[in-house]
Ligand binder design. Structure first.
Ligand code: GLU
Length: 474
């Protein structure tokens, strides 16, 4: 049986939005589910979008997500180079072969001529398709033009009649009328291939068996299949996946500043949780489980269960999943994703490492992502706390002043500031003020923290320190 090989083929733009990453995860899972190989190919044929360091960035992202690359620019492999700009002679060779065999042709049309055609199409309110002007140039005419130094592109010669169809794993049968297929450019005048050409050449030469990619390519795939046919090559299995939309229903992109993996990571989201969430975005297992390790995913992943409809990136759901992972973190890892944010937000110069660790650890079950530590702990860093309506209303009840008074004198009497002694102070207040449950804890909590909810009360009081607590009880 042929080995399953999938590839992730990002453009090196130095940015990865979660939709792209999700595609990479699907590609990885399909390869690994079948004991296959996962290849990284850099699609840098649009040199204007290239960013320095982008390849390292891609490696770093995949590495953080525990996606292991079998072959790629920084890995060994038999099918390199894995960067398209290093493969230019290959594309030229194959494009010329197509010309020789009558499946493609040289086109010398100038930008001005094409612009005119485009304008005309616009005026007539129809889609622009290249008119085949250069399709029937003679060999002599072509040679002469090349000798004269005229710039040319190589275009694919499309059939003008009939239909083309193929089966997509997710979307089923896809059919297009051939007359709608443009004689698309395969090789540009600067010698670079277009995506439309390079993807076919590379997927074939790299022995890719399953092409998983965004569904923006679903209707162009018949054109790619015509290329496979022209070369007499076997076609891969196609798995087109729906888009990931922002909550505004728009496509996620760098422009709308949405959900890039690195932004999430820098905000203290855990890569494994992001992976877990992204897989569930447009895919579901055959039960109701929602938390999966990479090994679970590799075992369970079935591309037939990928959904056709677009998915919406829902930060609340991601928060829920991430909180689940945060609860399981070792303290050190938790500190790593929280303390830098605390340092950015607050002056920690008079706080000991123990104090910071204690603070972070009592909030472990209360935060969904690392940076959230800042807002939930602000009560430890501000001089004055303001009570909201609900708190004020609660504090207006009878007997509360007395509870606070009793508690305050209990606190004043503590010499050794330990959680145990603080706990005893609360218990003594219970006896002396004759209150229990909510009427005991809530007034104290509100008075010292300004909030009705939070971590264990003695822990909070301990961290606030005697002086602050007494000040707030005044
Ligand atoms: N470079 C293409 C993109 O980023 C890859 C599409 C594909 O996977 O074939 O959209």
């Amino acid at each position: 049986m042929t080995k399953v090989r999938t590839r992730f083929a990002p453009s090196p733009t130095g940015y990865m939005h979660v939709g792209n990453l999700r595609t990479a995860i699907f590609e990885y899972l399909i390869a690994k589910h079948n004991n296959g190989e996962f290849i990284l190919r850099i699609e840098d044929t649009d040199q204007t979008r290239k960013v320095d360091g982008a390849i390292d960035f891609i490696y770093n992202t995949l590495n953080l997500c525990d996606i292991k690359i079998d072959e790629g620019p920084n890995n060994k492999g038999e099918y390199g180079p894995y960067i398209q700009s290093e493969r230019l002679p290959l594309y030229k060779k194959y494009a010329e072969k197509l010309v020789e065999d009558g499946h493609a042709y040289y086109c010398f049309c100038t930008e001005e001529r094409l612009d005119k055609l485009r304008k005309k199409a616009e005026e007539e309110k129809r889609a622009f398709l290249y008119d085949g002007h250069c399709k029937n140039l003679t060999k002599e005419e072509i040679e002469k033009k090349i000798k004269n130094g005229e710039k040319y592109v190589i275009r694919q010669k499309m059939p003008k009649e009939g239909i083309s169809e193929y089966i997509d794993t997710v979307y089923g049968k896809i059919t297009v009328e051939n007359k709608l297929l443009e004689d698309q450019i395969l090789l540009k005048s600067d010698g670079y291939p277009t995506y439309n050409f390079a993807n076919v050449i590379d997927d074939h030469l790299m022995n890719i068996t399953h092409v998983i990619r965004g569904n923006e390519y679903i209707m162009s795939t018949p054109k790619y299949n015509l290329l496979y046919d022209a070369f007499g090559w076997e076609k891969p299995t196609y798995i087109h996946v729906s888009m990931v939309l922002g909550e505004d229903g728009q496509k996620l992109s760098k422009r709308n500043g949405d959900a890039s993996f690195m932004d999430l990571y820098n905000d203290g989201y855990i890569p494994q949780a992001i992976v877990n969430y992204l897989v569930m975005l447009g895919w579901s297992p055959d039960n109701n489980d929602e938390i999966f390790s990479m090994d679970d995913l590799i075992r369970l992943f079935d591309p037939k269960r990928i959904s056709k409809s677009p998915s919406v990136f829902d930060i609340k759901k991601l928060n829920w999943i991430n909180a689940h992972y945060i609860k399981k973190l070792e303290l050190n890892d938790l500190l790593n994703i929280t303390v830098p944010h605390l340092k950015d937000a607050y002056d920690l110069s008079d706080k000991s490492d123990e104090w910071i660790s204690e603070l972070v650890s009592i909030y472990q079950d209360h935060i969904s992502y690392g940076k959230e530590i800042v807002e939930v702990t602000d009560l430890f860093f501000k001089d004055k706390i303001e009570l909201d309506c609900e708190c004020r209303e609660f504090m207006e009840q009878d007997g509360i002043d007395n509870t606070i008074k009793v508690f305050k004198s209990e606190i004043e009497n503590i010499d050794d500031w330990t959680i145990e002694n603080i706990n005893s102070a609360i218990m003594n207040t219970k006896e002396k003020a004759c209150v229990k449950g909510k009427m005991l804890y809530m007034p104290i909590r509100i008075k010292v923290s300004g909030q009705m909810h939070g971590p264990e009360l003695p822990d909070t009081i301990h961290l606030l320190g005697k002086e602050t607590v007494l000040n707030r009880l005044k």
